[in-house]
Design a protein around this ligand. Structure first.
Ligand code: AGP
Length: 613
């Protein structure tokens, strides 16, 4: 869950590496470091904290000309797994000779045994990390050929890795390899960039190569030689990046999260465009890669994911059952992969992942493939591992999502699942007219969200009244239950308020004991089936002194009177209402966190894509 960058070319490697790390900082930001080759030796700078701390340290420690003359280097921004975020534990790590430097994203599971063996050979270790062991292993195998040494070392490693390696003895090349953690290679004019994802490459080139698991590459300024770990040459296609560097900038917003919330009318339009067929009253999702006859064989839909993607799956469950009359289940990916699930060829397993790199969801894909299920991905990052391993699926087209707190990916995941359910529904229960009617509902989503975003300033005023609370409850019924869970997650992630989401009926089975005078309860009381029951649950909370902030349907006076504060969302289908309602909660969480002065784009202890178990 770290970000790595490697550069070889004409430009100043330290500057390229620092700007690349800044673009990857959302992957991990508790310490950073870089190593460059200079006059036959490896020079390293590392610092705890953000990339800016590394930049300051390197500029303080290094002579100015080092920033102009060097051309080869590797760098890393960390999300600590082994050893606290200190300068010593930061990457790069060196081998015993100090001539070989390595940066690593992933976990080496057998590092203790390897370390003991290296210590037995007289090696000295300075850090508590698993990664330092790999640097020493490469050094131990080095016999004048860095590529050979890296292959030998990796053949002894259990676990996951995305690595970049340089050696003072072999200037002018970087060795990079992956198993389980992403590596993208940017092919430029007389320069080559290696990175964990394309956002660190887009400023240099749009031509990229995605490495597959167990690929290893020798990279120079004008060549990329890819092989498998047995050194057999492999061919990987060069693809063109579909976004520009502006997309990876804040665009005048204070935070990426606020920018991405405001981008949702556009990202939703992109996710929907060209995918609704009003003539057939259905949707066109060519990526599902299956004929109506094949789709008709599907008996059950299993939605797997983690975090926000799991919550989107919960909305999907309602959609598939309600629109397509098909049995649907939602699985937490980490549980699914270890539980030996009963899955077969008539099951459609949908792996939901914004990054397409989440380790548990990737493992769930492999488990479902193993069991012969019909597997597809719902991803945002083009060329990501889950997208490539499922081989079919639907891209969200939401554009890069930089903020750790996922917003536009969630709403696009829901919109796409509504279109998938419509497609299956047209094959099972929907008439053409019913299909067209629901397609119009989906088409209206961007405009519905626009109306909620227009209330951002008003929501900021409301947020002031909840910013000093340390606890909060979110409640909802039916399609709003997953929205309550997602609202609580957003608030937790970025404001550090202890927030819990519950099905509104579940409170009185225990959690209501936590309510006391002034406790905030955020209630999804949209005018959809179950509203009356939710209003009843609100009265139970109010009777215990709770303060009620309601998400209600525009103009619903009855609901408004039951609230201390309320945010209105436009009237629409209960499934569609999940999207504008969650946007209201995204804005609420954002403004509360902003009021509390939190690090919104890089919340503590988190990272954007979780590539370790
Ligand atoms: C959401 O705001 C979090 N960043 C996190 O829960 C995230 O949704 C989860 O890690 C899944 O990520 P994915 O969609 O990239 O697989």
């Amino acid at each position: 869950m770290c970000g790595i960058v490697g550069y070889i070319g004409k430009a100043s490697a330290p500057s390229v590496l620092i700007s690349g790390l800044r673009r990857l900082e959302y992957r991990g930001y508790d310490s950073a470091g870089m190593a460059i080759l200079e006059d036959g030796s490896v020079v390293v700078s590392k610092a705890p904290g953000k990339v800016s701390a590394l930049n300051d340290k390197a500029h303080a420690d290094w002579p100015a000309e080092r920033f102009s003359k060097s051309s080869t280097g590797i760098a890393h921004t960390r999300w600590a797994t082994h050893g606290p975020p200190t300068e010593v534990n930061a990457h790069p790590h060196l081998d015993e000779s100090g001539d070989i430097a390595l940066v690593h994203n992933g976990i080496i599971e057998n590092y203790r045994a390897l370390r003991t063996r290296m210590e037995g050979k007289g090696h000295h270790f300075y850090s508590e990390t698993d990664t330092e062991v790999l640097a020493h292993l490469i050094g131990d195998r080095y016999k004048g050929d860095l590529f050979q040494a890296v292959c030998d070392a990796l053949s002894q490693v259990e676990g996951t890795f995305g690595i970049a390696v340089i050696s003072a003895k072999e200037p002018g090349k970087i060795i990079t390899a992956r198993r389980g953690s992403p590596i993208v290679i940017g092919v430029g004019e007389g320069e080559t960039i290696v990175a964990s994802d394309a956002s660190a490459i887009i400023a240099h080139t749009r031509q990229v190569i995605y490495l597959e698991d167990n690929d290893i590459a020798v990279v120079t300024a004008d060549n990329v030689d890819i092989r498998d770990l047995h050194q057999v040459p492999v061919t990987r296609e060069v693809s063109e990046l579909g976004f520009d560097s502006a997309a990876a900038e804040k665009g005048g917003y204070e935070h990426f999260m606020l920018k991405e919330i405001h981008e949702q009318p556009d990202s939703l339009s992109n996710a929907i465009r060209g995918r609704l067929d009003f003539n057939l009253g259905s949707s066109v999702l060519s990526g599902m890669g299956s004929s109506p006859r094949e789709l008709a064989e599907i008996q059950r839909v299993v939605l797997v994911g983690c975090g926000t993607s799991l919550h989107a799956g919960l909305v999907g469950e309602y959609a598939f059952e309600d629109l397509a009359n098909i049995h649907a289940e939602v699985e937490q990916a980490a549980e699914f992969r270890y539980r030996n699930p009963i899955i077969g060829r008539t099951d459609l397993v949908v792996a939901i992942s914004q990054s397409g790199e989440t380790a548990d969801t990737l493992a769930a894909v492999r488990e479902a493939n193993q069991k012969g299920a019909f597997v597809m991905g719902l991803c945002n990052v083009v060329g990501s591992t889950i997208a490539r391993e499922t081989g079919r699926g639907v891209y969200l087209h939401a554009g890069p999502e930089i903020s750790v707190a996922s917003t536009k990916a969630f709403t696009c995941q829901v919109a796409v699942m509504l279109m998938m359910a419509l497609k299956l529904g047209r094959g099972r229960r929907f008439s053409r007219d019913e299909g067209m009617k629901f397609a119009r509902e989906i088409e209206s989503i961007p405009a519905l969200v626009e109306k909620v975003i227009a209330q951002s300033d008003r929501i900021a005023e409301i947020a002031k009244r909840y910013a000093n609370d340390e606890h909060a409850f979110f409640i909802g019924r039916g399609t709003m239950y997953p929205v309550a869970l997602e609202g609580a997650l957003k608030l937790k992630e970025i404001s550090y308020i202890h927030a819990e989401g519950y099905h509104a009926a579940e409170l009185k089975h225990g959690p209501i004991a936590l309510l006391q005078e002034g406790t905030p309860v955020i209630a999804l009381a949209n005018d959809i089936p179950g509203k009356d029951k939710t209003l009843g649950n609100i009265e139970e909370c109010r009777a215990r002194g709770a303060r009620i902030l309601g998400i209600i349907t525009e103009g619903d006076q009855e609901a408004a009177e039951a609230m201390d504060d309320f945010i209105e969302v436009p009237a629409c289908h209960p499934l569609v209402a999940t999207v504008p309602s969650v946007v209201a909660l995204q804005l609420l969480a954002y403004h509360i966190a902003n009021e509390r002065g939190c690090e919104i784009d890089q919340p503590r202890n988190l990272a954007k894509s979780v590539t370790v178990e």
